[in-house]
Design a protein around this ligand. Structure first.
Ligand code: ADP
Ligand code: ZN
Ligand code: ZN
Length: 745
């Protein structure tokens, strides 16, 4: 007899994506119930020693594994797939493009609650009174007033769900007591199928009459019809982009199709939501990170059932299943918050464009300061480019003043000239916005008297200051230098780091303008929604005040009483270690400036800098964002940087810098070999210690990969990731990939 050749298991198996760092799909036997499972359905499986929620992707007639190595699916959690086919396709594309394990991608795309084994369509528990509630029954409960009150509640409402009873103020224990006394009966029923929302009329009486530029943009979008096309609306702040969004939405809503609107941050949503709900008489939900898991699941389920017409959400809302999707809008498309910075590092904007393509629906990207990526896509006709160059509603654009602070000792960051301006505007009864650029960038060293900045001679890039040990470091080549005792240019000036914190500015402003309220708005002070609302309300009164804040202020708020926008320090943006630093700076300055003079009062923008003749700054103030963007585009082209190349950042973090660097060195060897073998046009830069070398006690290092095209990069990454996955990691050492990184810190 010939020895039987091991050929694996012959029989039905399911291919399952399990949330785990392992980049592969796992085979499972059918569940004991033997029910058939559709692609996209959640199941529970044994994985190692744990039981986890996973996703069925496919079935197959055999497995390479032997029968005894295969486990059955433990439980089928839902009777239907949670992701419709097109969305599942999109998520598979994401896993491939971002080289992230599919199981984790699917898990990130699900509402938090569905990452546990609860059911998508839970049975509802309903209570009703056993018989008519009569007086003797009520009297028998005279010693239990709460139970009595609940019974009286049933007098008015013969049957109620558990949720309804609990939100009327009765605890589960009270219900239980009545149930035990057999005064109420409990039944379970399947939650009603939700109904589709009712289509709106095609004409909305509240629509404004579009001006000619708006009309042109609107017509172009309308002409495209209901199929995929990506429109980029490049429209200055207040030019009426939102009005166009709403009129395009009206068309889709009137055909019963859902509109998905992505916005950068929760701070933005209250105003946007109010505008949309004032305009549209239809079900709207807001999906953002501030929701409780229950509320999020509820909103998600309604959207998935097609009963919600408008879904407004931040980044992760892009993964909401929508059976009748008609239109996607990404407002402030340039905003960095669309990029997830950890775990599954996706760009919601880029995924949105892919989703539009996959679902064959139009998508609109809007911004007053489009990213260079989108401008390039417009130039190459991948996107249809629409411009709005004038403010709608007749507001006047602001005038810009540059305040040269190179030869001045600043008082807590303020020049005399700027303080006088602030005084003038407050005295005139206006509000002032003081903006501080405080990204997580490493501080840089600068001379207070001549404006010299410490740069790396090899990379012509500013070096960042490190405290331990005190040193200057170039984040491109990794070279370190001593911090000079005096300025090497003027031999005298005091050297200091650029960047003053908001708290110090706040204290200074409060002392200097003691009769005027100073309202600090930054990420810390806006964590609480109530606090943000009360701050915004105070601003809306129009009384003189100083608003002090960071990037968050640049995000679409309407502050009509502000007439002066003061930008404390443009230099941190001009000389950032990030190659996108100047683009970010220009976007922020333009966006913040757009907050001034939106109503009847005209505005003024004052920018402090030690580098008043810097080309980027003068271009921005003398021309406009678009001209500057075109200039930066040429620079990127010459340097072969995005959007003219694709970057991937390989990050390592460990308990020591050495460990992290060594791991990346090892990976770099793999990449160099692969690049040579395939003769592909890819470069690696580094490894270098990350600009933010130590974060949360961990030491971080970077290896940058750069390719001329996305295709080249993707082909390389597939092999590269497979190989570096085989490297055994010592404990505490971790690595991750960031495809199209936004921030290189
Ligand atoms: P953006 O979204 O580009 O910042 P908005 O749509 O918010 O611009 O418009 C700015 C202001 O101009 C809003 O108060 C809006 O109501 C008003 N507006 C927009 N379009 C028109 C129009 N066609 N006629 C009159 N006012 C308009
Ligand atoms: Zn260098
Ligand atoms: Zn100097």
């Amino acid at each position: 007899m010939s020895a039987s050749i091991s050929s694996g298991y012959q029989g039905l198996i399911y291919k399952v994506a399990v949330p785990s760092p392992l980049r592969r799909i796992f085979d499972y036997l059918p569940p004991e119930s033997n029910q058939s499972i559709a692609t996209g359905t959640r199941v529970q499986v044994h994985f190692g020693r744990r039981k986890v929620v996973a996703y069925v992707l496919d079935k197959a007639a055999n497995s390479e594994l032997e029968r005894h190595k295969l486990k059955p699916i433990h439980a089928v959690l839902d009777s239907e797939p949670i992701f419709p086919t097109k969305l599942l396709n999109l998520l598979q594309w994401c896993a491939q493009y971002y080289h992230h394990p599919l199981g984790e991608v699917l898990s990130t795309a699900s509402p938090g609650k569905l990452r546990s084994s609860i059911s998508l369509c839970p049975q509802q528990i309903v209570y009703q009174a056993s018989s008519n509630v009569d007086q003797p029954t009520l009297d028998s409960l005279s010693r239990a007033p709460k139970q009595r009150a609940l019974l009286e509640f049933f007098n008015k409402k013969p049957s109620a769900t558990k949720d309804e009873i609990e939100s009327a103020g009765f605890s589960a224990a009270i219900i239980k007591s009545l149930e035990e006394k057999k005064f109420v009966e409990r039944t379970e029923r399947s939650q009603n199928a939700m109904e589709l929302f009712s289509p709106l009329n095609s004409v909305n009486p509240n629509s404004l009459k579009l001006n000619s530029q708006q009309q042109q943009a609107f017509d172009a979008i309308k002409l495209n019809g209901d199929k995929f096309n990506c429109f980029l609306i490049d429209g200055v702040t207040g030019s009426g982009k939102t009005e166009i969004y709403m009129q395009v939405m009206q068309h889709h809503l009137s055909e019963g199709r859902q509109c998905l609107v992505l916005v950068p941050e929760i701070g933005l949503t209250p105003q946007t939501v109010t505008r949309f709900s004032n305009r549209f008489d239809c079900p709207i939900v807001v999906l953002h990170s501030g929701l409780t898991d229950n509320d999020r699941l509820e909103a998600w389920r309604k959207a998935r059932a097609g009963s919600i017409a408008i879904i407004i959400g931040t980044r992760s809302a892009i993964f909401t299943p929508l059976p009748n999707l008609g239109l996607i809008i990404v407002d402030e498309e340039h905003d960095s918050s669309f990029k997830q910075q950890d775990g599954f590092r996706y760009s919601a904007r880029d995924v949105a464009v892919m989703r539009g393509r996959e679902e064959n629906v139009p998508i609109i990207l809007g911004s007053a300061t489009p990213s260079l990526e989108s401008l390039k896509n417009a130039e190459s006709k991948k996107f249809s480019y629409l411009t709005l160059s004038e403010r709608a509603g007749g507001a006047i654009a602001s005038a810009t003043t540059i305040i040269d602070t190179a030869n001045e000792i600043l008082d807590s960051g303020f020049s005399e000239q700027l303080l006088r301006k602030i005084d003038q505007h407050l005295t005139a009864g206006s509000q002032v916005l003081v903006f501080i650029n405080r990204r997580g960038f490493a501080p840089i060293l600068s001379c207070a008297s001549c404006g010299w900045i410490a740069e790396c001679e090899d990379c012509v890039s500013q070096m960042s200051v490190h405290a331990k040990p005190p040193s200057l470091r170039c984040h491109h080549c990794g070279i370190t230098k001593h911090i000079p005792a005096v300025c090497p240019t003027c031999n005298g000036g005091a050297l200091g780091t650029i960047g003053v914190g908001t708290q110090r500015l706040e204290k200074f402003l409060e002392e200097r303008f003691s009769t005027i309220p100073v309202i600090r708005i930054d990420r810390d002070s806006t964590r609480s929604k109530n606090k943000l609302t009360s701050m915004l309300n105070q601003i809306q009164t129009g009384e003189p005040c100083i608003l002090l804040g960071t990037q968050i202020l640049a995000k679409g708020h309407h502050f009509p009483a502000i007439t002066l926008v003061a930008i404390i320090d443009a230099d941190a943006g001009l000389f950032s270690p990030d190659f996108r630093g100047q683009e970010f700076m220009a976007q922020t300055v333009t966006q913040v400036s757009g907050r001034a003079g939106r109503a009847k009062k005209s505005g003024e923008v004052a920018i402090q800098t030690r580098h008043s003749t810097h080309k980027v700054l003068t271009k921005l103030t003398r021309t406009n964002y678009k001209e500057l963007a075109m200039y930066l585009m040429e620079e990127r082209k010459a340097a072969s940087m995005p959007p003219f190349a694709q970057l991937v950042l390989l990050k390592a973090e460990g308990n020591t810098l050495n460990e992290s660097m060594n791991l990346l060195q090892q990976m770099n060897k793999v990449s160099i070999r692969l690049i040579q073998e395939s003769n592909s046009n890819i470069r690696t830069v580094g490894p270098v210690p990350a600009p933010m070398e130590k974060k949360a006690g961990r030491y971080r290092a970077h290896l940058l990969l750069k390719a001329d095209t996305k295709t080249t990069m993707q082909q390389f990454l597939t092999q590269f990731v497979y190989q570096i996955d085989q490297i055994k990691l010592s404990r505490n050492l971790r690595w991750s990939l960031d495809v199209d990184p936004r921030e290189m810190i």
